[in-house]
Design a protein around this ligand. Sequence first.
Ligand SMILES: Nc1ncnc2c1ncn2[C@@H]1O[C@H](COP(=O)(O)OP(=O)(O)OP(=O)(O)O)[C@@H](O)[C@H]1O
Ligand SMILES: [Mg+2]
Length: 362
Amino acid sequence: MITEDQVKTALATVIDPVFEKDIVSYRILRSAEVQGEDVMVRLDIPTHAYTLPMRRELQNRIEAVIKPLGAKRVTVIADVNTAFTPTPSDKATLKGPKNVLAIAAGKGGVGKSTVAVNVALALLKHGAKVGLLDADVFGPSIPTMLGAPEVPARASEDSKIIPAQMHGLKVVSVGFFVDKDEAVVWRGPMVHRLLQQFLGDVDWGDLDYLVCDLPPGTGDVQLSLSQLIPIAGAVMVTTPQEVSIVDVVKGIAMFEKVEIPILGIVENMSYYKCPACGHHDEIFSHGGGKRLAQEVGTKFFGEIPIDTRIRFGGDAGVPVVIASPDSENAALFMDIASRAAIEIARGVLGKPKRSPRLAVIK
Ligand SMILES: Nc1ncnc2c1ncn2[C@@H]1O[C@H](COP(=O)(O)OP(=O)(O)OP(=O)(O)O)[C@@H](O)[C@H]1O
Ligand SMILES: [Mg+2]
């Protein structure tokens, strides 16, 4: 006769293959029931980015500890329940999204918006409900990168902003409402007021992730957002060369000051592979992102090549993740999105995570 206590004790020893922690303290185990010689285990998978092979591995690990107890049949039922970043009362402006993922960089033009749209679409393809907030007050580019909305943004009867529908994403861009030339002269307090109104007024509905495309640098938008909404973490984008890396270090320091965890670093425009001859050229040097991640003690999420198809996707309003879903480029973004989502879940389920230390940087 198998007892529930035996099953629970056994399950507490199962180490999750993704988070590398036991499934009890990580709240992945929801319940376990014993009926005669059958054991039914229910799991809460904390992110859609937890892929099928990962789930199979977890199932194998569960079976490996339950079968020796004498169970004839082990049934594992796994539901995705996205872990969410708690909202402190002073940041209650945002309703609906469970986690805000900021895409940031120290420098302009390194590919933040490209990464933001492709990561948002990749999370959607992983099965999550996703919104995209273009918070680049001074140079919103999401409207160009996603093309014409299938359903434009509009106001609801109670004067809320209903986001636009674009390729399955709920999208709000300051570019929908604000003239770019007007915004250039705005000072900090105006930016703050705009974002405050904006964030409180949008009816996002239930979202697993709100991806937030930031302007370059460490300015007013970053500061205001960090004060207004709970940000689960930031992905820093850099190009490989020293000038970009130096600015990312400044960006990381700023995020650390406002207590936004750095989830990982992406190196964009990492190399060029000639489509005609296959020659691999490192136009902006190579490996700076990985080195930086090691130095500051954060994760390296991957390298994205310079590729005409990535640029074209952005210009044509059909990002590469949906224009060529089976391409190598799309796979890179799927992987980056998955890593970011897993780090968010780790931050929620593990101990409160601190941003990486910068003391080691010389
Ligand atoms: N990997 C890439 N391969 C080719 N082109 C790219 C790649 N990444 C970005 N681009 C192109 O580089 C330009 C700048 O990219 P993007 O707008 O994403 O950068 P950004 O960091 O958001 O810029 P800004 O600081 O102006 O907001 C765009 O035309 C984009 O299509
Ligand atoms: Mg941009």
